[in-house]
Design a protein around this ligand. Structure first.
Ligand SMILES: [Zn+2]
Length: 160
């Protein structure tokens, strides 16, 4: 018997099945792209159950602080504790979002990709946060297209 070709997502993801919380983050990023916004999404989950998701809202709401991670945390509302949560994000967290992850004591962050922006993963790790990198090709392609089409907007978001 010949082996059937594997779908590319499963080849690139270390996980056998798509993680619903990561898919929520990815879908939020796609929604933002569809709105002409910055295509970065995030989701907060507890024991595999999505609490909330969100996306970058710099364009949509004129809010420079509303990175994907910040929007997801805002949408999740007050949580008594984050110690049993995982934050999923399509792109490596910046210094602002990494600081918030540390402040809220979120123990685990799952990152879609780090190729188009390397973020503050060492800062997170230095503070005991577990960082999982999926290297999801969809996220890489979405960010590369955005960075090529709207370089000024991307530079604005990362304060370059
Ligand atoms: Zn950020």
């Amino acid at each position: 018997m010949t082996q059937e070709p594997q779908p590319s997502a499963s080849m690139l993801s270390p996980e056998a099945a798509p993680d619903p919380a990561f898919e929520a983050a990815y879908q939020a990023a796609e929604k933002s792209a569809g709105e002409g916004g910055i295509p970065i999404g995030a989701a907060l989950a507890r024991e595999g159950v999505v609490i909330a998701s969100g996306h970058n809202e710099r364009v949509q709401n004129g809010d420079p602080i509303a990175h994907g991670e910040m929007s997801a945390l805002r949408a999740a509302g007050r949580q008594k504790s984050y110690r049993d949560t995982t934050l999923y994000t399509t792109l490596a967290p910046c210094a602002m979002c990494a600081g918030t992850i540390i402040q809220f004591k979120i123990p685990r962050v799952v990152v879609g990709e780090t190729r188009t922006f390397d973020g503050e993963l060492e800062l997170l790790r230095s503070r005991g946060v577990e960082v999982v990198i999926l290297d999801d090709q969809r996220c890489v392609e979405m960010m590369r297209a955005f960075q090529e089409n709207k370089p000024d907007l991307w530079a604005e978001d990362i304060a370059e």
